[in-house]
Design a protein around this ligand. Structure first.
Ligand code: CIR
Length: 258
C-alpha cells in the first residue's frame, strides 16, 4: 500500500488569491515556493509519495488543491468550489485522480470546497460556509451513503472552512477552535482545544501517526505533544497570507497499486 500526496505548484499570481477574512498583504513568491518545497519534504518524511498535478500558472489559488476534491477509499468526488474563480482548477485534478479512483462530480447549483469536508472514519462532516451550500452537501450525501458513510452538514462561523476550525490529529482525536464550530457536534471524540492566543491553530494534517503542523503555533503544539502527538513542523507563513494552511496544499489517499 502506498500513501499518495497530490500537490500543485504555486502560481506566480498567488498574490491575487481569493481573500475572505484577511487583509491583502504582499506574498513573497520565492519564499512561498521554498516553504511549499519544505512542506512536500515533510509529506515524504511522513511516508507519502508526492505526485504533482500539472500546474495552473494563471490560477492564483491552485496550490490549494485540497479544495478541488475529496478522496475516500471507494470514490473521488470532484468539488464545485464556492468561489467561481476557482472552478477551473478541478479539471486537471479530476484527470489525475482518475488513475486511482472512480471519479464523480458535485454539480451546479451545488458548491463545496474540500476544505469544508472533514472525514473521520465513516463520518463525513461538511461545513455550511460561504463556500459550501446545502445542495452540494445533499449531493455528497447521495454519493456517499451507498458506501456506508454518514454525511452531516454543520454551521461554521468566523472562518473560511470547517477545517480551519477542526481537524483530526490522531485516532478519534480532533483539534478544535471552539469559537468557530460548536464542540457539541463532536462529543463522541476526544477534543484538544487550540490555545486561546492562537486563533488559526486548528488546522493540522494527520498522516498515520504523524501530524504536519504549522511552526507558528507553539502553544497549541505543546498541547498536542502533551497528548502524545509528535508534530512534523512546516513553516507556511506565506501561504497563510493567502488564507491557506497545511491541509489545503495536498490530497492524501492510499493506493493499493504500489
Ligand atoms: C481561497 O480563498 O479559496 C484561498 N485563498 C485559500 C484556500 C485555502 N483552502 C483551504 O484551507 N482548504
Amino acid at each position: 500500500m502506498t500513501t499518495i500526496a497530490l500537490t500543485r505548484a504555486i502560481s506566480d499570481r498567488i498574490g491575487r488569491c481569493e481573500l475572505t477574512h484577511l487583509k491583502r498583504e504582499p506574498i513573497d513568491v520565492d519564499l512561498a515556493r521554498a516553504q511549499h518545497a519544505a512542506y512536500e519534504a515533510a509529506l515524504r518524511a511522513c511516508g507519502c509519495d508526492v505526485v504533482r498535478v500539472a500546474p495552473a500558472p494563471d490560477r492564483p489559488d491552485s496550490v490549494f488543491i485540497e479544495d478541488t476534491a475529496v478522496v475516500l477509499p471507494e470514490v473521488a468526488i470532484i468539488m464545485r468550489p464556492g468561489a467561481s474563480s476557482r472552478r477551473v482548477e478541478t479539471e486537471a485534478v479530476g484527470r489525475a485522480l482518475a488513475k486511482f479512483r472512480e471519479v464523480v462530480e458535485i454539480e451546479a447549483p451545488g458548491t463545496i470546497d474540500g476544505g469544508d469536508v472533514l472525514s473521520v472514519g465513516r463520518e463525513v462532516y461538511v461545513g455550511e460556509s460561504a463556500r459550501s451550500n446545502r445542495e452540494g452537501i445533499g449531493q455528497m450525501r447521495r454519493i456517499l451513503e451507498p458506501h456506508g458513510y454518514t454525511v452531516a452538514g454543520l454551521p461554521v462561523r468566523g472562518c473560511l472552512h470547517l477545517k480551519s476550525a477542526v481537524t483530526e490529529v490522531a485516532e478519534e482525536t480532533l483539534l478544535i477552535q471552539p469559537q468557530w464550530v460548536d464542540r457539541d457536534f463532536f462529543s463522541g471524540y476526544s477534543l484538544i482545544e487550540v490555545d486561546p492566543d492562537e486563533a488559526y491553530a486548528a488546522n493540522a494534517l494527520r498522516i498515520g501517526d504523524r501530524a504536519i503542523y504549522p511552526i507558528s503555533f507553539p502553544k497549541t503544539a505543546e498541547r498536542l505533544r502533551s497528548r502524545g502527538i509528535d508534530p512534523a513542523f512546516a513553516d507556511v507563513s506565506e501561504l497563510a497570507k493567502a488564507e491557506g494552511a497545511v491541509t489545503c496544499c495536498s490530497l492524501i489517499f492510499d493506493h493499493a497499486g504500489g
